[in-house]
Design a protein around this ligand. Structure first.
Ligand SMILES: [Cu+2]
Length: 328
């Protein structure tokens, strides 16, 4: 709750401490967002069994949650290839220590990951002068949230790299398919604003046929034995949009009222646009309990297609349900 309040303060633009300002290495993203989840989520193909009309289901054989634990404790690969490219960050707000004060370097080992094989991902976060940032604030119980998505948004992972100290975070993950992936890291340097940084990496292999994102005709899907429906208060860009998820038992249709808190909230929602260059900040609203509904708020910046992943927990098991919506 404290983290929520802090995030809320930031959302309102209340500034906190400032550090030396710095040069920005440019960037591409918008607002920071955060979800939380400590597992390697499955590919969409498996988590949207009722997603008729969702072309993103590409037949991966994956399994939600089966690779939980990739976030911590893996020993690294021996090979030390890295592309070492510097990337850019953008803060949710232009105040405080912001993106312009932060430099990100991403290393992938191997530099061109193989699909389905563990890849070591290292992030080095420093200030503009290159000095490692040593302290980060906890947000949703984690110091850094990392989202990995394939270019067509069909493969989605939300993991939590381990902080190694001295500005360094490390994690292993297996990219589900060939082609370009985008990574979004979401973190708060001590005393600063929330920052989202992005990177991209090319996963080896012949490019797979692209699965263009398509609007879901129905915003009701079954996942984990639960029928999940999504309602949006508006489909207009630039307006405050409330997202309401409702949960029913898939067979009995009885309301589900035993959702469990997941990293300090009723659930976590990540939203990315079709062009994979908008990572939206989504807030849970007050008053969420254990179901049968969970409410969140965001603002869709532009018209177009967006994919929305809701992550929830019940009976100790986390599940992810994706929806694709069209904003006018
Ligand atoms: Cu997270």
């Amino acid at each position: 709750m404290k983290a929520e309040m802090m995030r809320e303060e930031r959302r309102k633009g209340i500034n906190r401490s400032r550090r030396a300002a710095a040069a920005l290495l440019m960037l591409s993203l918008i607002a920071a967002g955060c979800g939380a989840g400590d597992e390697h989520a499955g590919h969409d193909a498996q988590v949207e069994p009722t997603a008729a009309g969702n072309a993103a289901a590409g037949g991966h054989s994956g399994h939600e949650g089966a690779e939980a634990g990739t976030e911590n404790g893996h020993s690294g690969h021996g090979a030390g290839a890295s592309n070492g490219e510097e990337e850019h960050a953008e803060s949710a707000h232009g105040d405080g220590m912001g993106a312009e004060d932060v430099k990100l370097e991403w290393n992938y080992t191997p530099a061109n990951p193989e699909p389905g094989k563990q890849t070591k991902i290292e992030l080095f976060i420093s200030d503009k002068s290159g000095k490692p940032i040593k302290e980060f604030e906890v947000s949703h119980e984690k110091l850094l949230h990392l989202i990995l998505v394939s270019g067509d948004l069909s493969d989605f992972m939300h993991i939590h790299p381990e902080f190694k100290g001295n500005g360094k975070f490390e994690v292993e993950a297996a990219f589900g398919k060939s082609g370009t992936y985008k990574l979004f890291a979401d973190f708060i340097p001590q005393g600063a604003s929330q920052i989202t940084a992005e990177s991209q990496v090319k996963v080896n292999g012949a490019a797979e046929a692209s699965n263009p994102l398509r609007k879901d005709e129905s915003l009701t899907k079954a996942e984990n034995g639960i029928e999940v429906s999504l309602k949006l208060s508006t489909l207009k860009a630039g307006e405050n949009a409330n997202l309401t998820f409702s949960f029913k038992d898939a067979s009995t249709k009885a309301d589900v009222t035993d959702l469990e808190p997941y990293l300090g909230a009723i659930g976590h929602v990540v939203i990315i646009n079709e062009d994979v260059n908008r990572y939206l900040h989504v807030h849970p609203l007050e008053g969420n309990g254990t179901g049968p509904t969970a409410e969140f708020a965001t603002i869709f910046p532009d018209a177009g297609l967006y994919k929305v992943w809701g992550q929830f927990q019940r009976e100790g098991k986390t599940f992810i349900v994706p929806f694709t919506v069209e904003i006018e």
